[in-house]
Write a protein that binds this ligand. Structure first.
Ligand SMILES: *[C@@H]1O[C@H](CO)[C@@H](O)[C@H](O)[C@H]1NC(C)=O
Ligand SMILES: *[C@@H]1O[C@H](CO)[C@@H](O)[C@H](O)[C@H]1NC(C)=O
Ligand SMILES: *[C@@H]1O[C@H](CO)[C@@H](O)[C@H](O)[C@H]1NC(C)=O
Ligand SMILES: *[C@@H]1O[C@H](CO)[C@@H](O)[C@H](O)[C@H]1NC(C)=O
Ligand SMILES: *[C@@H]1O[C@H](CO)[C@@H](O)[C@H](O)[C@H]1NC(C)=O
Ligand SMILES: *[C@@H]1O[C@H](CO)[C@@H](O)[C@H](O)[C@H]1NC(C)=O
Length: 488
């Protein structure tokens, strides 16, 4: 596998990545355009609870129910459906469908309760009504159903075709079928017209599919064949940090650095995430909740959870799963499908050593603190009483040129809106940059660092340097600056 193309992506975790946005610093039109499609299994509900606390930094344009291999509603007309190698063994009318009202009736109702607080921290949080207007039902009848246009596919279609020049990040937390239907509808309208190649081209440049694994066959059977130039990012390796891992020994703390384990424990999750009218909807082990209609959501009740053949329950309120929130990460290109990128499962740590699951594990502590700090915003009316992220950037811009064998000085700009003190560190991001060796990075005073470009670095090679800054709030918030040094 040849690694590359590292991108700044979108969704719940974005703000802990290399974001240019600080609360209040952007306008909506400069944010990433996002559509969430979801089968609303309990892990998607948990991801949605997290995601909505980031909507002040993301331009959310749709929240759409879709089916998956695990969840489909049936057509309500008595049609039975069967595919082999699934959870069921005989044709079914419906499978584990959790309904098409939870987002509106539970999540957005709770969001409406806490929105006044959010708004005091950042006026960019969308109003409850704005979010409600974005909720649509997509293609849900069966796994992979893409026979007919739905409200959800119509919305995606119009967002792909409208004249907004930004990429449209289409998140598939369930199947890709509603997205596939939108593309099919575009194909049906334009494929016999003189505008076809132009339409195909502009759609392929705009639509980016972020798939939490492939949870139906519509990528393989349709999108990859008819829309081979659409960029698709397959995020499944992120499950190793964020998916169901109860069957793998220590649950989701396995592989985390010791200090980060606490952020996945029941005590911490209950106290800092499942708190208040909004946070309590988040899902964890033995939390006495379950999704309507899903007989396999056995995690909330001690009685059902302990009789499961899947795994024994972790402690009450321990982290359960959020398969779908993985975003800022490195990808490897698929050799046969050049526009299919799969998240790398292994990445180099700050010492340059390959570590399994480091790709997502390395951000986990910062990500969980960021989530907890945002949950505090839901509970805290006054701006002064909550923690807001520091602003961390590198004054030298995004690229710098330097000859091999020289030492350059980079300057950071680190500020904090709450006047917290911010601890900084500079490090080489080994997964990025083409120079293969170690680079000496020495922090000096005033948020500056001396970087010695090795004598054996070749002209044209690149070195990625990160400035990381963490404030000292109750839930410490981390932001990053990045510069790519081009060797001359
Ligand atoms: C159910 O069947 C009726 C009558 O055949 C048809 O008009 C309708 O579209 C079907 N509904 C669904 C959801 O397939
Ligand atoms: C395009 O035209 C061909 C030939 O007339 C026809 O067979 C096909 O169904 C048309 N495709 C669409 C999507 O209308
Ligand atoms: C990485 O994740 C896999 C799959 O969950 C697991 O088997 C393995 O033990 C993990 N490795 C480390 C170092 O965490
Ligand atoms: C690469 O893509 C093809 C489909 O085009 C798929 O069959 C194959 O499994 C992919 N390989 C990897 C390593 O993801
Ligand atoms: C980076 O910016 C700082 C502050 O402006 C400056 O002193 C330094 O020389 C710059 N470094 C490079 C390599 O341009
Ligand atoms: C440093 O960052 C702050 C906060 O984003 C900004 O207001 C200020 O203009 C920046 N300073 C420089 C020299 O760019």
């Amino acid at each position: 596998m040849k690694i590359f193309q590292r991108q700044l992506l979108t969704a719940g975790l974005l703000a802990t990545g290399l974001s240019d946005f600080v609360y209040g610093a952007a306008d909506r039109a400069s944010m990433f355009r996002i559509v969430v499609t979801t089968d609303l299994e309990q892990d998607d509900l948990a991801s949605l609870i997290r995601y909505l606390l980031y909507t002040n930094e993301l331009d959310t344009q749709g929240i759409i129910y879709t089916s998956s291999r695990y969840h489909w509603s049936g057509d309500g007309n008595g049609t039975k459906f069967f595919l082999s190698d699934r959870e069921y063994r005989s044709p079914q009318w419906a499978w584990r469908w959790t309904g098409s009202r939870t987002v509106q009736d539970q999540v957005l109702r709770a969001y409406a309760e806490i929105w006044p607080n959010l708004n005091n921290h950042d006026p960019f949080f969308p109003t409850p009504d704005e979010l409600r207007a974005l909720v649509k039902v997509g293609n849900i009848d069966f796994e992979g159903e893409m026979e007919q246009d739905t409200e959800g596919s119509d919305l995606i279609r119009s967002l792909i075709l409208n004249d907004d020049p930004r990429p449209l990040y289409l998140q598939a937390w369930g199947g890709t079928n509603t997205i596939a239907r939108a593309l099919k509808s575009i194909e049906e309208e334009y494929s016999n017209s003189s505008q076809w190649s132009q339409t195909q081209d502009s759609v392929s440049r705009k639509a980016v599919i972020l798939a939490s694994g492939f949870q139906d066959e519509t990528y393989a059977d349709y999108i990859s064949l008819r829309w081979p130039d659409v960029r698709v990012e397959q995020l499944e390796p992120g499950y190793r940090t964020w998916g169901y891992n109860c069957d793998k020994g220590q649950g989701n703390t396995r592989g985390l650095s010791l200090g980060d384990n606490v952020y996945f424990t029941g005590d911490w999750m209950k106290a800092h995430i499942q708190t208040g009218p909004y946070g309590r909807l988040y899902r964890s082990w033995l939390d006495e909740q379950s999704m309507p209609g899903d007989a396999q959501d056995i995690f909330g009740s001690p009685a059902t959870a302990s009789s499961s053949s899947f795994c024994q329950p972790l402690e009450p309120y321990a982290f359960l799963s959020e398969g779908d929130n993985v975003v800022f990460n490195p990808f490897a290109q698929n050799s046969t499908s050049p526009n299919l990128w799969v998240m790398v499962p292994t990445e180099k740590n700050k010492a340059g050593v390959d570590i399994a699951n480091y790709t997502t594990d390395c951000w986990a502590g910062a990500v969980q603190n960021d989530f907890a700090a945002r949950m505090q915003l839901t509970l805290t009316p006054s701006y002064e009483d909550a923690n807001h992220p520091p602003s961390v950037s590198i004054l030298n811009g995004t690229t710098v040129e330097a000859p091999a064998g020289t030492t350059i000085t980079l300057a950071g700009n680190v500020t904090d809106p709450d006047s917290h003190s911010v601890t900084t560190s500079w490090w080489q991001f080994f997964e990025e940059g083409t120079y293969p060796g170690h680079v000496i990075v020495t922090e000096v005073e005033n948020d500056r660092a001396d970087i010695t470009i090795p004598a054996d670095a070749e002209a044209g090679q690149t070195i990625s340097i990160i400035l990381e800054g963490t404030d000292d709030g109750k839930f410490p918030l981390t932001r990053y600056g990045r510069v790519l040094i081009h060797v001359k």
